[in-house]
Design a protein around this ligand. Structure first.
Ligand SMILES: C=C(O[C@H]1C=CC=C(C(=O)O)[C@@H]1O)C(=O)O
Length: 356
């Protein structure tokens, strides 16, 4: 990469890493959301907010390339790196309690089976190029990157960087892979994995995500549900089930149509979905607070290959405000104190992966 290109990338860049392919897709872009899908030639990126409010979420920049994880680390190691100095606010439980109680009420009245409240930890820091280098380097050096998708997007004012286990889908020809991911325990030394796998509340929470996905996906073709397994991350353990859809014959895959059906899954939204795809009211305040937390972010490589992830487990920033969001599934059996501990563990895990 020449110097100009590197400068452009650090001003306005984005990437998504796919560990199973040992590939990171990287793009520089000038500005957001100017393009319409029909005028773009693949490859191009897709970014929407959680509520899918952007009408032109596709974008393409001047330069697009693929790079292996080790090449990316080598490239990035040549750059100046500096840990962001963030002064974090106190984490407030109040808003979370309101969401938790509203979900519990909706469950009691039979309107919902599951909802995902979240909390955000805010801080102050301007994220410089050196800071971005530091954050991405931390993700790349993280040993357990095999099960997560590193991602990043930024322009001069805002952006986000993280590493998510939440795959929305990978499309290869007539097959679409997705996962159900729900049920969490901190990955502590003394954790009893067997008890976790056999825990009835965890199983139920997980099965509800599978139920939601089956419901969304069956219109596209044959849905095969794999075995539920443990997904072990450095700081957290989840239940994970692989799901494969064999698309109906003569069924042209449409990225956004598929995405609208699957997102938000019950792992980040609710079951059942309401007309907004989620139980949370889509207020101005909620949209602002959420920013790009749990947003769909993807790449259309060509008409037979595309990828979309859900941007959890990351840090976002807007001007000098930085933010880490974490949520967790709530069902009838959920206990608020345990759920809150889960939120705190997820926030610690995010900080750990970003070297904060
Ligand atoms: C919504 C989040 O996690 C989801 C993914 C895995 C496990 C989850 C859970 O156990 O609740 C969540 O559904 C988040 O990390 O913000």
């Amino acid at each position: 990469m020449n110097d100009n290109l590197i400068k452009n990338f650090w001003n306005c860049g984005c990437f998504i890493g796919i560990p199973s392919e040992n590939k990171i897709y990287v793009m520089t872009h000038q500005s957001d959301f100017k393009n319409n899908e029909c005028i773009l030639n693949p490859p191009y990126f897709y970014l929407n907010d959680f509520y899918m409010n952007h009408s032109s979420p596709y974008f393409k920049g001047e330069v697009f390339f693929e790079i292996s994880y080790s090449e990316m680390l080598k490239l990035i190691s040549k750059e100046f790196s500096e840990k962001p100095q963030i002064s974090w606010n106190e984490l407030s439980k109040k808003n979370y309690i309101n969401q938790f109680e509203s979900i519990k009420n909706a469950i009691d009245t039979g309107y919902l089976k599951k909802g995902v409240p979240y909390s955000s930890l805010n801080g102050q820091s301007l994220i410089s190029t050196k800071n971005k280098v530091y954050l991405i380097k931390s993700l790349l050096e993280n040993k357990n990157q095999n099960s997560t998708y590193i991602y990043g997007y930024w322009n001069q004012f805002n952006g986000f960087i993280g590493s998510t286990p939440e795959l929305l889908f990978i499309q290869n020809d007539c097959y679409v892979q997705t996962i159900a991911l729900a049920g969490t325990v901190p990955n502590a030394k003394n954790v009893n994995k067997e008890a976790f796998v056999n825990n009835q509340k965890m199983q139920k929470e997980h099965l509800l995500v599978i139920e939601g996905l089956k419901h969304s996906l069956s219109q596209f073709g044959m849905v095969s549900i794999g075995e539920t397994k443990i997904l072990e991350l450095p700081k957290l353990i989840h239940l994970k089930t692989d799901i494969l859809v064999k698309l109906k014959e003569n069924f042209p895959f449409q990225f956004e149509k598929f995405l609208k059906e699957i997102h938000p899954t019950a792992a980040v939204g609710s079951l059942p979905k309401n007309s907004q795809g989620n139980w949370l009211p889509q207020t101005k305040e909620e949209i602002l607070n959420r920013g790009y937390y749990a947003a769909p972010f993807g790449i259309i490589l060509d008409e037979n290959n595309s990828i979309c992830i859900c941007t959890i487990r990351g840090m976002q920033w807007q001007d000098n405000i930085v933010k880490i969001c974490a949520g967790g599934g709530v069902i009838l059996e959920s206990d608020i104190n345990l759920e809150w501990q889960e939120i705190e563990s997820k926030m610690d895990a995010i900080k750990y992966s970003l070297g904060l």
